[in-house]
Design a protein around this ligand. Sequence first.
Ligand SMILES: [Zn+2]
Length: 403
Amino acid sequence: MERFHLVCRACRKSRKFQLALERCSCGGSFVVEYDLEQVQNTLSKESLLERPSTMWRYWELLPVRDSSNIVSLGEGWTPLVRLHRAEKALSVAKLWVKREEQNPTGSFKSRGFSAAVSIAKEYGVSKVAVNSNGNAASALAAYAAYAGMEAYVFVPQDCPGLIVEECVGYGAHTVLVYGLIHDAGKIIQDGKAEQGWHHVGTLKEPGRAEGKKTMGLELAEQLAWKLPDVIVYPTGGGSGVIGMWNAFRQLKELGMAHGDLPRFVSVQEAGCQPLVDAVQAGRFAEQNSDVTSAPTGMRVPNPPDGDWLLSILRETNGTAVAVSGEEIRNASIHLGKLGISSSPEGAATWAGFCRLREQGWIRPHDEVVLFNTSHAMKYMHWPVKNVPIVKNYADWVTHPRRM
Ligand SMILES: [Zn+2]
């Protein structure tokens, strides 16, 4: 029996692991499940002590068959820093920030793309494409370059300039798109057959969520296998929420972690808050208009698995919070004074945490982890030059500056 296979969340039918099987024939999304008996033969708390400080220390729980296909730039095992002064000031038992900006591409996206590009390599893929708010694009660009694949990245026209330059620097075919992340995704959808692109957009293939899963595995290990009470996470497409939820579930089945799952809190910026609205309404709907929030990783009006995210927030007794742009800016200043530089997404988790602590939703005895998902410096102003801007696939095909 293979170590891993796909299972449909809706009809529970399982099938052999495949590269780009987006949905089950019933419409349900797939989860990668592992033969945990096989996993247990080599994975244990003790065996981990001997392993390298990257996310591949958990290789048994990642869907790559042959270790020679692993494409790694040293991602994972990021610091978990305790904020002692803030604990006292805000009366909370324990508070940490997970410093995901210290990954090789300056964001948590390194994890998803290390896994996705490794899987792609295993299947002999040569061209990969992604739509992104920025950090996923530069991560794909880096991992594809390292693996010797061609990368095509499509980002909204207001994507932070330094991130666009980062993509160009890694040699990716880099394109700005009029519109939002899903408009960029449509170009890949329309062109992938003709261009031979392997689409590594959020939840288009299993690698991204599986790579993000390692944040949960790592968090558990760093906290001596005692899961925190609350995880505050900046949420756009939400593959990190899905990944960590899977991580904790698998660790519990393996007997490596015990107790309740952490309460997941999704933080979004007001003006693009489909999950916050879903929690309030009790059902998920795409936000089809009036997207007014800033161009950060949280700006995803149509997360592809919104229902799944809502069900995780519910199952874990979690919630979702919308914070304003001003709250995010103030939060960043506040975190800076605590010695932590934060991206807007990371600062948003601080703002969300403060709100929920004030409301009493986060209680004095809670142990809380915030996620700083990206490097602060990526958001410094930088004008973009010489990168084509397109409306759609036809426009891209005929664009004079297409690279
Ligand atoms: Zn199904």
